[in-house]
Structures are given as structure tokens and as C-alpha cells.
Design a protein around this ligand. Structure first.
Ligand code: MG
Length: 349
């Protein structure tokens, strides 16, 4: 690298990227054909740390406000000690309290930079391992039965399917999948069921169809109803929208068997690690999840995978052209990169 490119103080830059989805993505709350995320670069001493924000409408986030938040704190990096990651996280949280994906992008870039500076893979930076991990589930979006059949065929390499329910034709969707495969299915209702009795009925039916867990059966604000459900079913219930960060976990422990940890909700890797520790302390299962993301944010989560009971890191597989490479898949198992930092690199280079 030319000497003039070597930054003497840490510099953060950001840009919006448009990710076209392989299939239109339908959840119980909305449908989309593309996703806008924010990529960030932390440059210092000839090393570039990559970060990514995946804004989520559920949490009032979108790409333009997210990049504004990142740019508003970028000048602070010139005056902070880059090796004090906890102090940086605290300062950034103080400045950006209302946009967790912006904080996640900054924290991922910092961790990537720190691991690269030590020439070690990210998982080693926080004492995780690169052991054999559980296979990832692969998401099948809500669609017409003939399209669902095609999606299941496209998921041939994956051992576990994740299905988005919470609409009006849940049974038809499961029947359409069961007509073509007997693979284990995980269901994400995305807060779609509003009546606890109907939710219990469908959960009992789903169990008979070989569904192994249910994510976020009812809206986060219906915690009492979810606790009621939890007392009446032995299908594991996993919290997603009900839990963003570590401090919220104890409040939901009677309603759920486990939590879905996503870097974008947590605001980064450091908070995700605290969530892992808290979930273990409370004997709750750990799922590692994602939004629609490139290999930047997916690999950041993947480096925590040795801590997870369930892995749902398929966001980079749902986009047409991932601008980054470096995550291999063997029999539906994502391989934790062993190169320095996140271990991913721009795909065009
Ligand atoms: Mg979910």
C-alpha cells in the first residue's frame, strides 16, 4: 500500500449498498425485492476493518438515517484509543442510542480491525473456538405453493429449513413443504399470531408436522400470552423481537426457552457476547440469527458460532450478488473463516 494511503488517525467512512434478493422476501409484516444496507470501512495504520449495518423497519431503522448516524460519530474515531474497545462501545452507545444496527456496523469494523492488527481470526480475539458447529437453517419465504416447492429444491444443500409463518395460509405452506421434503423445519412467526388459543392450536399441529422450534409466536408486547403458550407446549419457543440486548433477557425467561441473538439488534459483537453469557447463566438456548446481510455481518456472527445451539445465518445466501467472499459451506455447515479478522474479502478483487 502506498504510504499516502496509510491513515495516521483512525478514519471511518460509510456507503449505502443495494442488495437484490433472489426471491421477493415476504414476512408476516412486509414484502421486499431488495434491501439497502450500509457498509463501513475503518482505516488505520494500513489495515481496513469492515462493518455492515442492516437496517430493520421493525426497529424504525432505514439506510439513510443509519448512514447519517454513522457519519455523525465518525470524527470521534480520530480522537479515541482504538485499542479500548469497551470505552469506544460505551461512547458510541451514548451518541447513538436509538439505532442499534449503526452501532453494530461500527463494532464489527472495530473488531475486524483489532483482530487483523493481531493477525488472528476474529473468534480468537474473544476466546471462542473454531470447532465443528451445527448446520445453519435455510429460510423459505412465504409464497404460493408452486414457488415454495421450487425454493425447497433450491435448498437441497441445507439440512434444516426455516419457514416464515404468521399469515393466513400457514397450514398450506407447511403442507406444500411436507409434500416435497421431510427435513426438520423451524418456524418463525415474526409476531404474526395475535390470538393465544389459535396460536396454541397451530403450534400443536406444527409439532405433529415435525416442526422443531417456534420463533416469536406472538407480538413482543404480548409477553403474558407468550408465557401462557409456553406453559402449554413443549415445542421450544425462541425469542427474537422480544429481546434485543442483554438487560432484557431476564424479563422474558419465563416465556421462552431460548433467544435469537442478532448483531444488528444487540448493537455489535461485544453486546452479543454479553447476551451469550447471560443466556447460559439462565440456562436458555442460544440461536445466532441475522437480517438480510452480506458476508461481512454474517461472518461477524459466524465467529461466535461455537457458542450457539442453533444457527440461522443465511442472509448472505438470499441475495443475488454478495459483494464479499470467504465463507465456505460444507453439507449445510458454514465454515468459520480462519484468515485474520472476519476472514472475508471483496468478491470483485
Ligand atoms: Mg425472527
Amino acid at each position: 500500500m502506498a504510504l499516502s494511503n496509510i491513515k495516521e488517525t483512525p478514519e471511518v467512512t460509510a456507503k449505502i449498498i443495494r442488495l437484490t434478493l433472489k426471491h421477493k422476501w415476504t414476512l408476516s409484516r412486509n414484502t421486499s425485492a431488495f434491501k439497502e444496507n450500509v457498509l463501513i470501512y475503518l482505516r488505520y495504520k494500513g489495515i481496513t476493518g469492515y462493518g455492515e449495518a442492516a437496517p430493520n423497519v421493525r426497529y424504525g431503522e432505514e439506510a439513510h438515517s443509519t448512514i447519517s448516524k454513522i457519519e455523525s460519530v465518525a470524527p470521534l474515531y480520530a480522537e479515541m484509543d482504538i485499542f479500548k474497545q469497551e470505552a469506544i462501545e460505551k461512547r458510541i452507545k451514548h451518541e447513538i442510542s436509538d439505532n442499534s444496527c449503526a452501532r453494530a456496523a461500527l463494532d464489527i469494523a472495530l473488531m475486524d480491525w483489532l483482530a487483523k492488527a493481531q493477525n488472528i481470526p476474529l473468534y480468537k480475539l474473544f476466546g471462542c473456538q473454531n470447532k465443528q458447529i451445527v448446520p445453519t437453517s435455510f429460510s423459505i419465504g412465504i409464497d404460493q405453493p408452486d414457488i415454495i416447492k421450487k425454493k425447497v429444491e433450491e435448498a437441497a444443500d441445507f439440512q434444516i429449513l426455516k419457514v416464515k409463518l404468521g399469515g393466513s395460509n400457514d397450514r398450506q405452506i407447511i403442507e406444500a413443504i411436507r409434500a416435497v421434503t421431510d427435513k426438520p423445519i423451524r418456524v418463525d412467526a415474526n409476531e404474526g399470531w395475535k390470538d393465544k388459543h389459535k396460536a396454541l392450536d397451530i403450534i400443536r399441529w406444527l409439532k405433529s408436522e415435525g416442526v422443531e422450534l417456534i420463533e416469536q409466536p406472538m407480538p413482543a408486547e404480548m409477553l403474558k400470552e407468550i408465557t401462557w403458550l409456553h406453559e402449554r407446549t413443549d415445542v421450544p419457543l425462541i425469542a427474537d423481537e422480544s429481546v434485543k440486548s442483554c438487560g432484557e433477557i431476564p424479563q422474558i425467561q419465563d416465556a421462552f426457552d431460548g433467544i435469537n441473538i442478532k448483531l444488528m439488534k444487540a448493537g455489535g459483537i461485544q453486546e452479543a457476547l454479553r447476551m451469550v453469557a447471560m443466556a447460559k447463566k439462565l440456562n436458555m438456548k442460544i440461536m445466532l440469527g441475522c437480517m438480510i446481510e452480506t458476508s461481512v455481518a454474517i461472518s461477524a456472527a459466524l465467529h461466535l458460532a461455537s457458542q450457539a445451539d442453533y444457527i440461522d445465518l443465511d442472509g448472505h445466501l438470499l441475495i443475488q450478488e454478495d459483494p464479499f467472499s470467504g465463507i465456505d459451506i460444507v453439507n449445510g455447515v458454514l465454515q468459520i473463516p480462519d484468515k485474520p479478522g472476519l476472514g472475508i474479502y471483496p468478491a470483485s478483487v
